[in-house]
Design a protein. Structure first.
Lengths: 244, 244
């Protein structure tokens, strides 16, 4: 048996997220079905973590065990012939038999895209959070600095989540833009449920003045979800890369 | 009556082109219906020209006459509340009573997008022509120079078109890229039916070596459609701007 790692990009719009679930089609099940079409094997495809309905991926990582003779570097091409156009495997390789996409992840980066313009774009309807406001990006960058380092991010976790520890380390948050389309990239050793979307929503509220950059440290320290900003919509979020 | 000009952006994927037709929903009819919803008027919305099914627009221009008291600069916002997310009016203004979107157009520019990469992008499935080849962009730029100026473009028109003159002037063709996604911008005083798509398809064939840059002048002179390249697919084409 070979352990094959896939790097996968998908447009999440038409899926109920990554993970197999009873009500609706998911990215994981569509790929597992394509593997079964190719080899007859009912494999278990292990992703680096879930993504919610409507969330996109540029580089989701997943692995599975197969007895197939398909060359490891050929899997991406073989799968793409069986997958819908909104899911593409961009790379495949054989990895160590012990490799586990979730347990061995040392970090992840996510993009959050905001289109700040008077008129939305017909091309970005499901691909960026459109806001009809002018945002103060300098204030947002200043606010983002407060997230860096190791913190208890309880205030930035969907309430009701059960998890062993709420401590996470953020390595970097960077901003870039192309005209009115902004990207915020969050890189850390892990993220709590909805954490990137709540950080993005909080930065957005700094951007239009409901919160101040200087408020962030106290919001983190207070561990009260209700003091942070909105959960920014799923369709602005992209899982960019998983680090091992 | 006021003569209102609209500048319109749309994702053409879900429409049978711009112009009202019996079989399928068009962009023109959706906007006319939105105007009727707002004012009760059954207006005739005159576009600068047709776009085919699947073709997109960044700046289609259209005008209509209305007795409504909606302020001219407010039309774009009023219409956007009634339009689907894949059609956005980005600008509106009152223009001279004689202004006609088609007759008065002095020129147009179109974009053609090509994604040249081993793997397609889930985000560009309907938004760029994906080719699994390495293209020689320098040769394509050299070839494009042959299109510049005034020529009889019969070889670059869909066969069977009936038209007064097949002479057109190309002012500029420019190339730009963001990684593997290339944009070719064609600006001219007008374009024959399918002309941009055939020029783009011909440049593509230069890019992978089936045609040579030096062939283009003879293909233009020969006025034989069968000697030019393929008609590149509609979903790579964008009407960028109309000049008056």
């Amino acid at each position: 048996m070979k352990n094959i790692q896939l790097i996968i990009s998908y447009r999440g719009t038409n899926y109920c997220g990554w993970q197999v679930q009873p009500n609706g089609v998911t990215v994981q099940e569509v790929i597992m079905r394509a593997i079964k079409d190719l080899t007859g094997e009912a494999v278990n495809l292990t992703g680096s973590g879930r993504t919610d309905a409507g969330v996109h991926a540029l580089g989701q990582s997943a692995n599975f065990f197969t007895a197939s003779t398909i060359p490891p570097e050929g899997w991406y091409r073989a799968l793409n012939t069986r997958l819908p156009a909104d899911i593409r495997v961009i790379h495949s390789r054989e990895c160590h038999p012990d490799f586990h996409s979730r347990y061995h992840a040392k970090g992840k980066s996510y993009l959050y895209k905001i289109l700040a313009s008077p008129v939305a774009s017909p091309f970005l309807a499901d691909l960026a959070f459109h806001v009809n406001r002018t945002l103060d990006w300098a204030a947002m960058e200043e606010a983002a600095a407060s997230f860096l380092g190791e913190h208890d991010f309880t205030a930035f976790m969907a309430s009701g989540s059960s998890i062993k520890t709420t401590i996470r380390t953020i390595f970097e948050i960077s901003f870039s833009n192309n005209d009115d389309l902004w990207e915020m990239t969050f890189t850390g050793n892990g993220f709590l449920y909805n954490m990137v979307r709540i950080m993005a929503g909080t930065l957005y509220e700094v951007g239009y003045g409901r919160l101040k950059a200087q408020d962030i440290a106290a919001i983190i320290a207070g561990k009260d979800r209700s003091k942070a900003g909105i959960t920014a919509p799923a369709h602005g979020l992209y899982l960019k890369e998983v680090y091992y």
